[in-house]
Design a protein around this ligand. Structure first.
Ligand code: 3HC
Length: 298
């Protein structure tokens, strides 16, 4: 089993990056689908900007000459077919969804795609917090439904969590590992447990940082500096919560609090709720716990 033509549903924060690495590193043909024309145009623009940036850096580091860099960008771009129609996914070997983190919306998508795609097509969710098993039920192809969890920013983060359920066919997992490696990523094997490996450890860590801030034990700057310099983290936890998106962090936590009410690590900090209620979602809205100017803290 090999994945040559890849579908990506959703061209937002994660989807545009997944489409890009599949085309640029993986050398796959990619169909990327959005329902909204403006969102699709924004996603394609982000891909083009990111490709240009990576090419420029490769030239600066003398990893590529100018002509090779131009060819790299052009090759990746021409492999990506943007579309507003889900029926364009019918020729894909693998479809990765990166739509809104809402289980009903994801299950509805899989039901629709089951009717559109041939039986060999594998379905993969980039969910950060929902049970892949629930989507496997909705897809009506449980042996061919998995999680492929990329990290933000997809172009720079090297990990992919490959999530299996008890019903996943072994050949599907082998093909998923090969696909992740082709995209220049290091895959790890995960079971279908809340948060898989990374978010199960990361989200409670972010929560503890926010609770420490709420208790007034340290400033947000000092908490971040402490974890950067004391533990070698590239970003401190409060900066990272803003970077990931406070709405995303809240939605993960609320889902877990509902599904695992007795787990003491799953609590929602008051300050997180307040920021989201005020529309301060972090980097994406220009303000969260910090002010943001594009991808950098202001
Ligand atoms: N495409 C191309 N280039 C990019 C880029 C992108 N998407 N994003 C950043 N760059 C470029 C920058 O422009 C910069 O270029 P420059 O040197 O010419 O200015 C270069 O890459 C390095 O970026 P930074 O200056 O921001 O430098 P850093 O060394 O800090 O690297 C980082 C950025 C890789 C994001 C690093 O800070 C980091 O690893 N942060 C932690 C991120 C993390 O933990 N992500 C996981 C979040 S959890 C998650 O995703 C799971 C989900 O389910 C919630």
């Amino acid at each position: 089993m090999q994945f040559e033509t890849i579908g990506v549903v959703g061209c937002g924060l994660m989807g545009h990056g997944i489409a890009q690495v599949a085309a640029a590193q993986g050398k796959k043909n990619v169909v990327v689908v959005e329902t909204d024309a403006a969102a699709l145009a924004r996603g394609v623009q982000r891909i083009e900007q990111s490709l240009a940036k990576l090419a420029q850096k490769a030239v600066e580091k003398k990893q590529m000459d100018e002509a090779t860099a131009r060819a790299f960008v052009a090759d990746a771009r021409q492999r990506i077919k943007p579309s507003l129609q889900r029926k364009d996914l019918s020729g894909c070997d693998l479809v990765i969804e990166a739509i809104v983190e809402n289980l009903d919306a994801k299950c509805e998508l899989w039901r629709e795609l089951d009717a559109l795609c041939p039986s060999h097509t594998v379905f993969a969710s980039n969910t950060s917090s929902f049970a892949v098993g629930a989507m496997a039920d909705a897809s009506r192809r449980p042996a061919r439904t998995i999680g492929l969890h990329f990290f933000n920013p997809v172009q720079l983060m090297q990990l992919v969590e490959v999530v299996r359920t008890p019903r996943t066919e072994p050949a599907v997992l082998d093909a998923a590992f090969a696909f992740a490696r082709a995209c220049g990523k290091e895959p790890v094997a995960c079971q279908d447990t809340p948060g898989f490996i990374v978010n199960r450890l990361l989200v409670p860590f972010l929560v503890q940082a926010l609770l420490m801030l709420e208790r007034g034990e340290a400033s947000k700057e000092d908490i971040d500096t402490a974890m950067r310099l004391g533990c070698g983290h590239p970003m401190g936890p409060i900066t990272l919560a803003d970077y990931v998106g406070l709405d995303t962090t809240l939605s993960i936590l609320e889902g877990w609090c509902r599904s695992h009410p007795k787990e003491p690590a799953f609590v929602v900090p008051r300050s997180l709720r307040e920021k989201v209620a005020a529309g301060k979602l972090g980097r994406k809205t220009g303000e969260g716990f910090y002010g943001w100017d594009g991808d950098k803290r202001a």
